[in-house]
Structures are given as structure tokens and as C-alpha cells.
Design a protein around this ligand. Structure first.
Ligand code: SF4
Ligand code: SF4
Length: 455
């Protein structure tokens, strides 16, 4: 049962005007490229190349090493410089394949060949998606071939194409829906083949009229697909918010979307599926928004994964007036990750680089005060949690209460509570730490148990 909106949520200023009218520009980086082996949820990929090897664009350089893992391909031609520690956009030094880009962009054999999907079985479609190394491109980074292989595919009632793009500043999904609507629809049809009892629903917020028009036109004559336009509210683009408005279902953290009959994929992911299946093109490039009031020329790029973020910023004209930004974010201001060096590679799940000036971050940097028990954080939480109490549990290091009594693991780190809090409490940041500590303790307990059983 479709709903108009989900519970809770906030209305941050969108700032979409900075880049929403900028059509995609194709930018081929010239500098060295780097591929962290763990740029997806699950086990890091295992390198299949070595220092000195010549590679082509589209060639496999690291393969999935477990059920939940993903292949990585080179997005340029060149020479493998090494497999070594490299600074990632998350800030830590991680194992990565470094490639000296020769700038020629010679492609591996077969890349770009058109394929009629009617000639493929469902198993072949899934295999192509897996081989292409596709992961959730809206930010989640979960391997797509795993998501598309639930235990009971016949029980899936909705395949949701997530085009909400609720995060402020980011506009690459809006542009993709305007510029590639037929390809996204063809990709969605491929997914509907995998789930014969499902309807396809494209969720778009109502601040994207051109995308809505383009997708509505592209959906004409496709009987299993409809467009669902939602009012602007953050976090409409969360997987749970999408399921809430399309299927009218709320579900627990222990459940997956497939457990409630839904599969949700970002429109960028669905476009990548189309490219992998119908154009034999693995995940080498993506749409990315370079934006923020500190950038000279906010824009939307189709560029290569592995590109140096400094080179992307340079293409966007660098920092406005040469003034360093107050904050650099991979993603937007609500869920993005702050990074402090531009010498980091763009990853598969990076939809934006946002550079904010002093004025834009001034509000967030106001002095923190004690909680005034206003209750606003609970009111806006889309998960129905009590952030104020979770914060107290976190501060007392009472993780049992945080998890068992306050259901703090259900927090999706959307940032709505932090955004609304008049006392500027760092709620979301606290909850990220709490969840990480609880999960680390669970993993340690599990490992200890396994070691005991092995004796
Ligand atoms: S919004 Fe902030 S001040 Fe208000 S109850 Fe929540 S934590 Fe306390
Ligand atoms: S960050 Fe977590 S606790 Fe805060 S509003 Fe979002 S889901 Fe709720």
C-alpha cells in the first residue's frame, strides 16, 4: 500500500541549484588511478595483477574473494605501479592497486559490444552483473549480485528504483534520469525479469520535475513499471524510507528488504546494470557531482572510478577565489564522510564531492550545549528511535542498554537528529561509534566461540 511519505524526517536546505542544471560532462582523467580493494561492503577483492603488468580499461584487476565481495576492473589503460597502501577517501591507508594511466583508454576485448538481453538467461544476466563488479552506487556499496539473489525471488513484490536523491547538494541522479531515462528503464526491466511477481516503482522527489517528466515518458508502454513522486523530505532516499512509501512496510534491522518482499537499487546502479548486460561494459565510470559554495564551477561529471579527487576538483575550476573550504565531503552534508586530502581516489560508491565554505558550516559548528530535552530528535527520527536516550547510553558506555532497550542498532546514520538538535549534540557521530563498538564486540565474541569449538 503506497504512502505519501515516511515517518519523521527533516527539511534541510537543498542547495541543488548549484549543479542541477549542469548537464553531464565526460571527463577522462590523465593522472595516476588507484583502486582500494575494499571499496564495497564485504571482503576485499583479491588482486589478479602484479607490478609491471600492462592493463586495459575494463580489465579485471581484483576479483571477488567471498560470497559478499565484488570484482574491480581498471578504468584506464596503463601499467600496474604496485599493490600497496594508499590513502582512501575514508582517511585510512588501505591496500590498493595503483595504475600509471597512459591516457590512451584502450579497452579490453569485447568492451562496449551490444548484446540483446532477450538472448540471455536470468543466470547469465546475474553473472554479467557480478562480473562487472557492480555495487550500490547511491553510497551503500553492497555488492549488487548478492542483493539480486534472494532465497525466494518469487516472493519479491517490488523492485524499487531509488531516484529520490534527497541528500542536499547532490544532483547526479537527477541528471542521469534526465539524460539516460530509457537505459535506466531497460535496466529496471532486466531486474523485473529476475523477479517475475514484482512491480517496478521509480521513487523520485517532487523537486526534480524534468527527471519526473523524462522517466514518465520512458515508462510509457512498460506495464509493470510506475513512477511514484514523493514530497521533498530527508531521508526519502534511504532504503527503508523508499520501502515505507512504496509498500507501506516498516521492518527491523535484523531483516533485509528481500525479507519484506522488496529489492531497492539506486538509479545509478540500475544504469550500471544496463551497461553491464546490454553494452558489455563493467563498472568503470559513474556520475559524480562536484559541488558546494567553495567550488568555482559546480558540475556533474561522468568520470572514471579510481580518478584522483584533486584532478576532478581541478576540472571543476578549483576552489573559488583560491580559498580553501571549511569542509570537504565525500557525499553530501547529511550522510557524507569528511575527508582532508584531495590525493584520494574516487570510489564506486562516491556520488559527490562537496566543498563547503565557512558560512555553510558555521551553523553546524555552533557551540554545543547540554541537551535541553526538547524531544525534537525523537520526532524526526525515521526509525522511531530515541536519540536523546541513546546518547545518554552511549556516554555511559552502556552498550547493552543502547542495543537491547533502545534498539540503537536500528539507527541508519541519517543525521536527521543531529541536524535538528538545538543543542548541537553530535548524536549521529556518537551512534556510529556505538554501533561500531557493539559490532566489534560481537565479532570478537563470535571469533572466540569459533576458536573454542575448533579445540
Ligand atoms: S534534539 Fe538535542 S536537545 Fe533536543 S532532546 Fe534531542 S538531544 Fe536533547
Ligand atoms: S541518525 Fe539514527 S537516531 Fe538519528 S535520526 Fe537518523 S536513524 Fe534516528
Amino acid at each position: 500500500m503506497a504512502r505519501r511519505t515516511f515517518r519523521g524526517g527533516v527539511h534541510p536546505v537543498g542547495h541543488k541549484e548549484l549543479a542541477k542544471d549542469a548537464p553531464f560532462e565526460v571527463f577522462l582523467p590523465k593522472q595516476q588511478m588507484a583502486y582500494p580493494l575494499g571499496q564495497h561492503i564485504g571482503r576485499p577483492a583479491a588482486p589478479v595483477v602484479k607490478k609491471g603488468d600492462r592493463v586495459l580499461a575494463g580489465q579485471l584487476i581484483a576479483e571477488a574473494s567471498a560470497f559478499v565481495s565484488a570484482n574491480i576492473v581498471s578504468a584506464c589503460s596503463g601499467t600496474v605501479k604496485g599493490i600497496e597502501k594508499y590513502r582512501s577517501i575514508g582517511g585510512s591507508a588501505v591496500d590498493a592497486v595503483i595504475i600509471e594511466n597512459d591516457g590512451l583508454y584502450e579497452t579490453a576485448e569485447g568492451i562496449g559490444e551490444k548484446v540483446d538481453p532477450a538472448t540471455l538467461t536470468n543466470e547469465q544476466i546475474l553473472e554479467k552483473i557480478k562480473a562487472a563488479g557492480i555495487i550500490g552506487m547511491g553510497g551503500a556499496g553492497f555488492p549488487t549480485h548478492v542483493k539480486l539473489a534472494p532465497k525466494k525471488p518469487d516472493d519479491i513484490k517490488y523492485v524499487i528504483a531509488n531516484g529520490a536523491e534527497c541528500e542536499p547538494y547532490i544532483t547526479c541522479d537527477d541528471r542521469l534520469m534526465q539524460e539516460k531515462p530509457d537505459e535506466i528503464m531497460d535496466g529496471l526491466e532486466l531486474l523485473l525479469r529476475l523477479f517475475p511477481n514484482a512491480k517496478g516503482v521509480v521513487v523520485i522527489e517532487d523537486n526534480k520535475p524534468l527527471a519526473i517528466a523524462a522517466m514518465t515518458k520512458a515508462a510509457e508502454g512498460r506495464e509493470r513499471i510506475r513512477i511514484q513522486v514523493c514530497p521533498v523530505k530527508y531521508p526519502q532516499g534511504g532504503e527503508r524510507s523508499c520501502i515505507s512509501v512504496v509498500a507501506g512496510i516498516e521492518y527491523k534491522i535484523s531483516q533485509l528488504p528481500a525479507d519484506v518482499g522488496c529489492v531497492v537499487d539506486n538509479v545509478g546502479t540500475i544504469y550500471a546494470i544496463y551497461k553491464a548486460v546490454c553494452e558489455s561494459t563493467p563498472l568503470m565510470e559513474r556520475g559524480v557531482t562536484i559541488t558546494g559554495d567553495a567550488v568555482t564551477r559546480p558540475c556533474n561529471l561522468i568520470t572514471r572510478i579510481g580518478a584522483d579527487c584533486g584532478e576532478l576538483l581541478e576540472y571543476a575550476g578549483g576552489f573559488k577565489g583560491g580559498i580553501l573550504p571549511a569542509k570537504m565531503l565525500a557525499g553530501g552534508p547529511m550522510m557524507g564522510i569528511a575527508f582532508d586530502s584531495l590525493s584520494v581516489p574516487l570510489q564506486k560508491n562516491n556520488n559527490a564531492l562537496t566543498f563547503l565554505g565557512v558560512d555553510e558550516v558555521a551553523e553546524a559548528q555552533k557551540i554545543q550545549t547540554n541537551c535541553i530535552r526538547c524531544g525534537r530528535c525523537s520526532h524526526v527520527c525515521p526509525m522511531g528511535l530515541s536519540p536523546q536516550l541513546m546518547s545518554l547510553a552511549y556516554q555511559a558506555r552502556d552498550f547493552e542498554r543502547y542495543e537491547k532497550k533502545l534498539y540503537g542498532l536500528e539507527c541508519i546514520s541519517c543525521g536527521s537528529c543531529t541536524f535538528i538538535c538545538p543543542a548541537r549534540r553530535p548524536l549521529t557521530q556518537e551512534f556510529k561509534v556505538a554501533k561500531a563498538e557493539i559490532m566489534a564486540a560481537k565479532r570478537a565474541a563470535q571469533a572466540a566461540q569459533q576458536a573454542k569449538e575448533a579445540k
